[in-house]
Design a protein around this ligand. Structure first.
Ligand code: SF4
Length: 233
């Protein structure tokens, strides 16, 4: 199975080449506006183990039924779970959301998580991951999308594509994948690579039957080389 490409310098060079090809194909994403951190945290908790559509439906219904975070925090668990049922794991996520809101309120006296953007990155990651059910991906989403920090969220698409490319070891855990990509991805590439790896994972490097013959990264890909699927250029 694919192994990491080698030294940090080699990995950085490969990530740069991958970024350039993906940007040429999908465009260069630019983070033009940040999201509210509390909203981002709740939305990312809702995204766990479901797709974007169900996450968005659950989030919209939550905000419709409980327009303020104070109302969400005060809502009975059963009512909260019912509001977010579409997102799956409703009871678990309802508990995580209430616990997170309580921790935010304990820390800041309000339901604003904006203090997280004033923390040092490592401190912010630690604080977020001290919340029940918040792992490295959710913490990275808040810091990247709400604070504009160059922290790579490693979702299922990023993890799969990077493993196949040989950027990540095949058996890398989610935590290890975050650490490795954080250490090797140039900060200015974090946001565009995150977005474009997801686009590529959805369109070409799909979980089942990746379309290697059509892939613009095939000659850079360990998986394609091992499968003998590198097209002639
Ligand atoms: S060559 Fe195949 S496995 Fe490699 S990135 Fe492209 S689609 Fe994925």
């Amino acid at each position: 199975m694919p192994q990491p490409a080698g030294t940090d310098a080699e990995l950085r060079a490969r990530l740069q080449a991958i970024h350039e090809r993906l940007a040429a194909a999908y465009g260069l994403p630019v983070l033009t506006r940040t999201t509210d951190p509390t909203e981002e945290l709740v939305r990312t908790i809702l995204s766990q183990n479901t797709n974007d559509r169900n996450r968005d439906l659950a989030f919209a219904r939550l905000r419709n039924m409980f327009p303020t975070w104070a109302e969400v925090a005060a809502a009975p668990y059963a009512a909260l779970a019912e509001a977010i049922r579409q997102g799956g794991l409703a009871e678990v996520k309802a508990a995580r959301i209430k616990q997170a809101l309580r921790a935010i309120h304990d820390r800041s006296g309000s339901y604003s998580l904006s203090f997280i953007c004033d923390m040092e990155t490592e401190e912010a990651l630690r604080w977020l991951q001290s919340l029940a059910g918040v792992g490295p991906k959710t913490a990275a989403c808040v810091l990247l999308f709400s604070c504009g920090r160059p922290i790579m969220p490693v979702d299922t698409h990023v993890l799969r594509v990077c493993k196949r490319l040989g950027i990540l070891p095949e058996r890398a855990s989610a935590a290890a994948a975050h650490s490795l990509l954080q250490a090797t991805t140039p900060p200015e590439l974090v946001y565009p690579l995150h977005i474009n790896l997801i686009r590529h994972g959805r369109a070409i490097c799909r979980a089942r039957r990746p379309l290697c013959a059509q892939c613009l990264l095939a000659d850079l890909c360990r998986y394609a080389a091992q499968k003998g699927e590198v097209p002639e250029r």
